[in-house]
Design a protein around this ligand. Structure first.
Ligand code: MF3
Ligand code: CO
Ligand code: CO
Length: 276
């Protein structure tokens, strides 16, 4: 008989409870999961065009994940039944794939979470459908910059407040608003784990970052106000003022010197427009 070695130890945080510090073997697991999740978004890129049906994109993603011998983390997750969340224009997050067709000028977030050998890879990107208005493109660009500025602050000795502050200050300097109602999260063998990663904060506050912590950063940024409301389907979150919203997400691990991005695109895709 063999027993699996524990792939983490925990540290306790005064506000966040117990947070896992993962082993090198766990980093290896997250690399595989993160890569597959990023590959799904790479694969979808050429399909995100005017007239595309969002349910068809969901099926393509499901088939890619299953063909890789992996699972979707979101099918059966709290009653959700799709592989993707597809959030168009004023939808902030958790848009449900449907018969809806994408149209010229839409901005679209596609969020995917896969499970590979028990490890979770969670990532999302924005896509531009056809010709997109300058203001909307600017929102997408600033949102990507918010994510990357947050990741730049994610290193040992810094805190989650430093991460949140970098995101919030960049958004607000561009007269955009950070969504308060949803945040990033620890992940690993667990999909949504401690700590909560809020995309706002004060320098030096909050959880002290240590090597081996795994979490997502996934800022949702609005052109109008920060308020959101939930539609009757119980999932779809939209901006209260119907202004456009954008989001990018990476899963990262804190290393001795900084952060490793598990969900970097194998094709090198960052923010749109995506070449090739
Ligand atoms: N992938 C989302 C996140 O970033 C969670 C989606 S849960 C679902 O945490 F059920 F809506 F798919
Ligand atoms: Co997430
Ligand atoms: Co996600």
């Amino acid at each position: 008989m063999t027993t699996a070695a524990l792939d983490y130890v925990t540290v306790s945080d005064p506000s966040e409870g117990s947070i896992r510090l993962h082993t090198p073997a766990a980093f290896e697991g997250m690399r595989k999961a993160g890569r597959l999740a990023a590959e799904v978004l790479d694969m979808l890129t050429q399909h995100v065009v005017p007239e595309a049906v969002t349910l068809d994109l969901d099926r393509l993603a499901y088939e890619h994940v299953r063909a890789a011998g992996a699972d979707s983390a979101t099918i059966f997750y709290r009653g959700y039944s799709h592989s993707l969340c597809i959030s168009v224009n004023h939808v902030v997050c958790h848009g449900i794939p449907s018969a809806r067709k994408l149209k010229d000028g839409d901005i679209v977030n596609i969020d995917v979470t896969v499970v590979v050998d028990g490890w979770h890879g969670d990532t999302s990107r924005m896509f531009l459908v056809g010709d997109v208005a300058l203001k909307a493109r600017r929102l997408v660009e600033v949102t990507y910059e918010c994510l990357m500025r947050g990741i730049d602050m994610a290193k040992p000795g810094n805190t989650l407040g430093d991460v949140g502050h970098a995101i919030q200050s960049h958004a607000e300097r561009n007269r955009m608003a950070v969504v308060r109602d949803f945040c990033g999260h620890g992940l690993g063998r667990v999909f949504h784990d401690a700590p909560n990663v809020v995309h706002l904060g004060k320098p030096g506050r909050g959880v002290l970052l240590r090597p081996g912590m795994f979490f997502t950063i996934e800022p949702m940024i609005n052109l109008g106000g920060s308020a959101v409301k939930l539609l009757d389907d119980g999932w779809t979150a939209v901006t209260r003022d119907r202004s456009l919203s954008a989001q990018f997400e990476h899963s990262i691990g804190i290393t001795e010197t900084g952060a490793e991005i598990f969900t970097a695109s194998p094709l090198g895709h960052t923010a749109p427009p995506y070449a090739g």
